[in-house]
Design a protein around this ligand. Sequence first.
Ligand SMILES: Nc1ncnc2c1ncn2[C@@H]1O[C@H](COP(=O)(O)OP(=O)(O)OP(=O)(O)O)[C@@H](O)[C@H]1O
Ligand code: SF4
Ligand SMILES: [Mg+2]
Length: 352
Amino acid sequence: MTAAAAAPVAPLPAPPAPLLSVRDLKMTFPGRTAFPGWMAFPGRRARSAAVRAVDGVSFDLAAGETLGLVGESGCGKSTTGRMIVRLLEPTAGSVVYDGRDISRLRQRALKPLRRELQMVFQDPHSSLNPRWTAARIIADPLLVQGGSAAGARRRAAELLELVGLLPQHLDRYPHEFSGGQAQRIGIARALATGPRLIVADEPVSALDVSVQAQIVNLLARLQEELGPAFLFISHDLSVVKRVCDRVAVMYLGRIVETGDKERVYAAPAHPYTRALLSAVPLPDPAAERARERIMLSGTLPSPAAPPPGCTFHPRCPKAREVCRSEVPLLRVATAGEAREVACHFPEPEPSG
Ligand SMILES: Nc1ncnc2c1ncn2[C@@H]1O[C@H](COP(=O)(O)OP(=O)(O)OP(=O)(O)O)[C@@H](O)[C@H]1O
Ligand code: SF4
Ligand SMILES: [Mg+2]
């Protein structure tokens, strides 16, 4: 061995621990009782099957990073988001926030964390208390954390300005705002306590198309200026492309593809991601005319009775025999690539 070869090699610095680490997260909703006990008799199904809304979701989110969670209606996006901010307690799995598993914490232990974990909801009007003024709605999280009334009102006025509203809006009630303005208040409320992680669940899908772009731009600006990490839930891939660094695609309670946004959008590896992206309009009319649309047959199967093997197989144009029996695990498809795919035959298929 030469002297040069024997020289000690400085170890690479360990990557920083993620702010959020979700592992094998599951949520099973119990089946509903169709008939009360006294009406049930042999042969009559008194209880519907349990719903596996989220069935083993794992991902990391770094401080200040924005991850887009996309997928069809009913695939489990909101349930995942609600478990992360602990509006729901998971059936199984862990949610490690800042090094601490919060998945089983009781409400009292969660209270101090509420200032760091916030949520923006889909329907701005139904998520705001109709009997409270904007000032009270925005100030409430500060008051809950023990802030003074005068200080909380001052902060509410600052936040209103930050989200593009005016100080005179402070004393208005939710019904006096448009959908876009109400969503700005929802965003101001989420920002009030200086959170490190915001779960935004379809924050623009209930708004007029003309207003959607304004709110998307506002969220992108706030993320840049204030730097919270975002889990951005949406079924709109164009919106996710505008706002996010990474994307995770969900199908029937599981992540089927995740990776860097540029890579996933440019070369989707999972047949489901390919189909979703083929439906996103392209800005260039010539490219739009030339591209191939992949039409999926059927609808999302019920999470109460997921298909065996790859749950996407009944709709997959590439399905083969193995897909009907073996569950594909989420794994790195191409060596060295920070992208994972759950498919037995991801694109591009190895040649030869
Ligand atoms: N409280 C509940 N009780 C029973 N089933 C539920 C409950 N909440 C959600 N589900 C079911 O869990 C599955 C996932 O629902 P979820 O709301 O997480 O989907 P989603 O991806 O957010 O859909 P969308 O895009 O329509 O908002 C659906 O089948 C839904 O019907
Ligand atoms: S595992 Fe098979 S059925 Fe599932 S997405 Fe891949 S090719 Fe399609
Ligand atoms: Mg939802």
